[in-house]
Structure formats: C-alpha cells, structure tokens
Design a protein around this ligand. Structure first.
Ligand SMILES: *[C@@H]1O[C@H](CO)[C@@H](O)[C@H](O)[C@H]1NC(C)=O
Ligand SMILES: *[C@@H]1O[C@H](CO)[C@@H](O)[C@H](O)[C@H]1NC(C)=O
Ligand SMILES: *[C@@H]1O[C@H](CO)[C@@H](O)[C@H](O)[C@H]1NC(C)=O
Ligand SMILES: *[C@@H]1O[C@H](CO)[C@@H](O)[C@H](O)[C@H]1NC(C)=O
Ligand SMILES: [Cu+2]
Length: 612
C-alpha cells in the first residue's frame, strides 16, 4: 500500500509551466537540417543515391518524460534529444539513431528483412513521369487519340482513369520493369467530374467562438480543464501526448492519455484482377499521414476561430520542409447539450437548468492520393476524448465498357457511378495507438459482459429475467483482443491502485463506433500484412518501440498498457460518391468511468462568453 502510494506521488500529474520546451516536441527545421549534416558528414554521406525516407523524433523513455513533467522547473534538461532516421543508399536500408546533443550517430543498423521504407514524394513523382517517356505507353496513348500533355500518371488513380494499362516501377533503378496492356475500354467522359464548389459562394456559415479559455505555447495546449501536448509527425500526423484533466474536487491535474495517434491505415480493394489485386494500401506506413498532410483552408477545413500550427518534415534530401498550417485547434459549439434537466417534482415550481456543450478540437487533413481523411481529436469538459475519422475525396475508379447497370452480367467488383466508370468496393481501417495512463502507469484492461440472468425464486420477484454485469480482468495479451458484435461488452482501462471515495476503481471506458472487421481470408496476402484488422480492439504491454505493430503475449494486468482500436468502413460505392464523396463519419470515444467522484461539469461550469 505504502509503496504504491509513493510511486503514484512521485509520478505527479502532467502539469505545465511557462517553458516552451517539451521533451516530446517534434523535430524543428534547425534540428532536421542538423541531422542531415551529421549523416552527410558520416561515411553514409558517400553512398550513391542517398535518400532520406524518414526522420522522426526518438522519444525519451517515458519515466524520464514523466519525471520532467513533475519537476517544478521545466526548463531544458539533460534528456537526450535524438532522432530515428531511415535512409536508403547503395541499394540498402539503414536505420540510424542520431544524437543531436553530441552531433553523432548513436546506432546504425542495416535492415535486411522484407519490405521497403515509406516512399518519398520524390520517388512517387519521378515514377509518375516515367511512362510519359516510355515508347510503348506513348504510342498507345496516341492510338487512343489522347494528347500526352493531358495524361497524368499517379501512383493512385485520378478521377478520370484510363483502363487497361498498368506498369510496375523499380524505384531503386527508377525504371519501368513491367508493362501490361490488357484490354481497351471506352474512355469515361470528362463532364461532371469537376467537384470544385462555385467561386464566391461561402461553403457554410461558421460561428465564431472567442477562444478565451484556449492558450497555446509552442506545442503545449491548455483549454478549460485540459492540458495536452500536440505535435506533428511525418508518419502519424497529429500526436497527442501527456493529456491530463484538472479535477476541481481534488484541486489537481490527473493523467489520462500519455500518447495517442493513428498507427496505421489499411485500404484493401476488392477487385482481385491483375490491374487491381495489389491495391491494398497501408497509407501510414507506405506514405505517412504527416507527409500527406494538407495545408488547412480557413472557413472550410476549420472555423474562423481556429488557431494553426505548422509542421516540419525531412524531404528526400534530408532538408527540412515546412508544412504550413497543418494542424488547427479550435473551440466548437455544435448546438449540443452538455447536460440538462427540468425538475417538475418540486411543488410549486419548475427548475430548469443545463449547459451547452463546448469542446476543443485538434484537427488535421491527410490527402492520401485520391482520399481525404479529416482526423479530429475532440476534448470535452466532461473528461471525454472523442476521436473522429471523416472520409471524403475521390473514389478509386476504373474504366468499363458499360453505361447502364442492366448491361452488366459479369462481376465488376463495384458500382457503376457514371457512364463507363466503376467505383471499386473496398474497406478503410484506421487503427489508433492509445497509450492510456489512467491516473498512473499501472492499468488493467476490464471486459464487463452484460449477461441475461433468470429469476429463479418467484418469491423474490415476479420478473423472469434481468441483466447483470460480469467483470473480467484480462490477464494476458492473448485474451485482450476483442471482436465487437452483438454481445454487449463494456471495455474499460482501470487503475487497480486507485479507487473513488465510494470504492469503485477509477477508469476510462472505450465507446466504440460501428464494429467493422476485415472479411478477407486469413491466408490472403494483404490480410497477413494487416492481420490485426480481424479484431477491433487489442491491448498490449507498453513498449516504447512498438508503436506501429502488435505482438508477443505478455502479462497486462496492473501494467503499463496500450490499447489499439480500429475504426472501420466497408465502402460499397454509390452514385452520390461521384465525382467527389460527401463526408462519411466514423470514430470512437474514451469516456471517464468512475474516474471522477461525480459529474465534473458541475464543478467546472462552461464560461462561454459568446455563442451563436
Ligand atoms: C529548434 O530547436 C532548437 C533546440 O530547442 C533551438 O535551439 C532552435 O532555435 C529551434 N529552431 C527553430 C527554427 O525554432
Ligand atoms: C496538346 O495539348 C496541349 C496543351 O493543352 C496543346 O498546347 C497542344 O496543342 C495539344 N496538341 C495536340 C496535338 O492536340
Ligand atoms: C468571425 O471572426 C472573423 C475573424 O475574427 C471575422 O472576420 C468574421 O467576420 C467573424 N464572423 C462572424 C459571423 O462573427
Ligand atoms: C520491445 O519491442 C521490441 C520490438 O518488438 C523488442 O525487440 C523488445 O524486446 C521489446 N522489449 C521488451 C522489454 O519487451
Ligand atoms: Cu472509401
């Protein structure tokens, strides 16, 4: 008892001082350029075709970060500032840890396993230009009556596809190695494919909030009762770290989420034929959500009161590139009710009370080829964190000879969405990494099953049945994967070392979205890569280096644990999705469950100075 108290007292809350520095800050442009110089000056500098595939922060160990956070003076410390770098040169992949403090390469490993580091935009761009000087392709375009200057080849199809031709590019040699021209189908019409909104017409009326409760210092964000760190990463995009909430009853900040971000996306298309079978994208690993992040458009992507943050990413040459306004942060009032009640049981009067729900949103948009993913982290004063994934953009389509659905007798693996255009069936799985530290590191995963119980003693009740809660603490990783379905199960991360005054374990509950799991067979190659998509929820032991995949079978009771949750969409295209798709929404929530002594909104009333 005394030991656990001491440990908890030591790992105080995530608190903030006026210092701009935070050990989880993303690498800035000076640092990215310093890394480039360190590598160029080393023996790697002489490698032919040296290309930078990823330059990420190598985060300090969690215990040091927590110690730094709990220190009264949060200045720059002697915590090492390091970077994990993946470069390719001389046909080999090199994984490095670069130390910025000592200007040196701390570790160097040549990767010889399967796979290839994320493609750089340089490579994608060069590959897309190759067909335009490839004689077979040029001749074929002329034979089809097309003007080469109007043909664009993108590693993702554009809204106006030329069916029947596919090419394979060896990116190391930057050469076309396979050229396949299978069949000729009519070229879809260009009319009706322009999705831009008419100029001068406002897209929507957006309300202004005053942001009086929001402060942003560097990457540290304070809003209402929340404090959090927002950073930008080439692979994950937004990373939320060290999110804590102020508990007015105890007059202190309490820890909730140590780190949360998108870990992977998996988008398998359901056309198994030669031109399409390989379209099973893993966008975060292959391209990077951060590198695909788009500059946000005020009043379309974010409301008028939004504040913006820039991101920095290393280009293929290692040089820092600025991504302006890639994250926006804003207060939002949707017209929702945070809580309300009308009391009519008090004789002689009606007591009516309530509050509007005003939330903080942290948003980015990743445009990965044809699709646009709007990614939201929404923080509520009630302690709830709502994660939103909103999909829009252009479908992956193929040309077809059909113009009317009645003509189609074969399997076209999709829906006719316009004359000569089939949009192909597919899925989207967006998997989140959620390192919850609910009131401390020692957490357990609880599955609470709601089970029908029979009334056996008719003297007790005239009822025949009711439901009761069967609580199970999951001991090992193997039992901690969950396929959600019709059986009601509450999934909780609790701190078994902490109880409310009433004796309930403090916790956070996962409120899942629509349960979607992969329908591909286990032995299918894309499914082997994305095996985790058979279950929506996994819980694994925390391991700093495991942020992009699961594994092993470790104990997870009263440990530092990580939850992985997959938001899924089965997408059967329809005509309304053409030429640009109206946004479809998905997501999940993390909601306090016996974390607070009572409704925290009542001790933190909303100080909304202006709503509209
Ligand atoms: C980047 O961070 C380093 C270390 O904190 C700092 O010295 C430098 O001034 C920063 N550069 C920019 C451009 O912000
Ligand atoms: C091809 O398109 C370009 C740009 O639209 C135009 O300048 C050129 O005259 C066209 N060539 C032919 C042969 O139509
Ligand atoms: C919202 O705020 C912006 C910037 O302060 C201002 O230009 C705009 O007129 C405001 N709109 C409304 C509806 O108040
Ligand atoms: C952490 O994960 C890495 C990569 O999977 C593994 O090599 C290492 O042994 C793990 N460490 C612990 C303490 O489990
Ligand atoms: Cu889709």
């Amino acid at each position: 008892m005394s030991i656990s108290f001491l440990v908890l007292a030591f790992f105080l809350q995530y608190c903030f001082t006026s210092s701009l520095y935070h050990p989880l800050d993303p690498l800035n442009s000076t640092e990215i350029n310093q890394i480039k110089l360190i590598i160029q000056k080393s023996k790697l500098g002489g490698l032919p075709d040296l290309t930078f595939h990823s330059v990420d922060l190598e985060e300090p160990d969690k215990r040091y970060v927590l110690k730094w956070l709990s220190a009264s003076k949060q200045g720059k410390t002697n915590l090492p500032r390091q970077s994990k770098v993946v470069v390719r040169g001389g046909g080999e992949t090199h994984e490095l840890v670069v130390d910025l403090g000592t200007d040196s390469i701390k570790s160097h490993h040549i990767y010889t396993g399967h796979g290839y580091p994320p493609l750089t935009f340089n490579e994608l761009f060069k590959a897309s230009k190759l067909p335009l000087s490839y004689p077979k392709f040029k001749n074929e375009m002329i034979r089809r009556g097309l003007n080469l200057s109007e043909v664009s080849c993108i590693p993702f199809t554009v809204g106006w596809p030329i069916g029947g031709i596919s090419m394979l590019v060896d990116v190391d040699k930057m050469k076309i190695t396979v050229y396949i021209d299978t069949r000729r189908v009519p070229l879809p019409k260009a009319e009706g494919t322009d999705f831009r909104s008419p100029k001068g017409k406002p897209d929507s009326i957006i309300c202004n909030l005053t942001n009086t409760r929001l402060t942003i210092e560097g990457h540290k964000v304070k809003w209402g009762n929340w404090v959090l760190h927002v950073s930008f990463d080439a692979r994950a995009g937004i990373i939320i770290s060290t999110a804590s909430i102020f508990d007015a009853k105890f007059n202190k900040f309490r820890r909730i989420l140590y780190r949360g971000h998108v870990s992977e996306t998996f988008v398998p298309y359901m056309d198994p034929t030669s031109e399409w079978y390989f379209k099973t994208f893993m966008d975060v690993g292959e391209f990077g959500f951060g590198r695909a992040a788009d500059t946000l458009q005020p009043m379309i992507d974010c409301p008028a009161n939004a504040k913006y943050m820039d991101g920095y990413v290393a280009g293929a040459d290692g040089q820092a590139q600025q991504f302006p306004n890639v994250i926006c942060i804003f207060e939002r009032y949707d017209g929702n009710v945070a809580w309300r009640h009308t009391e009519i049981n008090v004789p002689g009067k009606v007591i009516r009370s309530g509050e509007p729900e005003i939330n903080l949103v942290v948003r980015m948009v990743a445009t990965v080829g044809n699709y646009d993913y709007v990614l939201d982290w929404e923080f509520k004063n009630s302690g709830t964190i709502k994660v939103g994934v909103h999909l829009t953009g252009i479908l992956e389509m193929k040309a077809t000879s059909y113009t009317i659905n009645d003509q189609i007798t074969e399997n076209v693996y999709g829906t006719l969405v316009a004359d000569n255009v089939v949009a192909v069936n597919h899925d989207h799985y967006v998997t989140y990494y959620l390192d919850l530290d609910v009131d401390g590191n020692g957490n357990s995963f609880i599955k609470s099953k709601l089970q029908t119980a029979r009334v056996t003693n008719i003297n007790v009740s005239p009822r025949k049945s009711y439901w009761m809660v069967i609580r199970e603490t999951v001991k090992r990783e193997a039992e901690a994967r969950v396929r959600l379905g019709l059986k009601p199960t509450e999934l909780l991360i609790v701190n078994p070392n902490k109880k409310t005054k009433l004796g309930n374990h403090v916790g956070y509950r996962l409120i899942p979205g629509q349960p979607v799991a992969s329908l591909l067979s286990d032995d299918d190659y894309p499914q082997i890569r994305a095996a985790y998509t058979k279950y929506q929820v996994w819980v694994t032991a925390y391991n700093k280096s495991e942020r992009w995949a699961g594994g092993l079978n470790r104990q997870i009771e009263n440990r530092d644990i990580v939850m992985w949750y997959t938001v899924g969409f089965h997408h059967v295209p329809c005509q309304e999705d053409f030429p640009v798709m109206p946004t479809i929404h998905g997501g999940f929530e993390l909601r306090p469950a016996n974390f607070f002594e009572s409704n925290p909104l009542l001790s933190q009333p909303q100080k909304c100075t202006k709503t509209c």
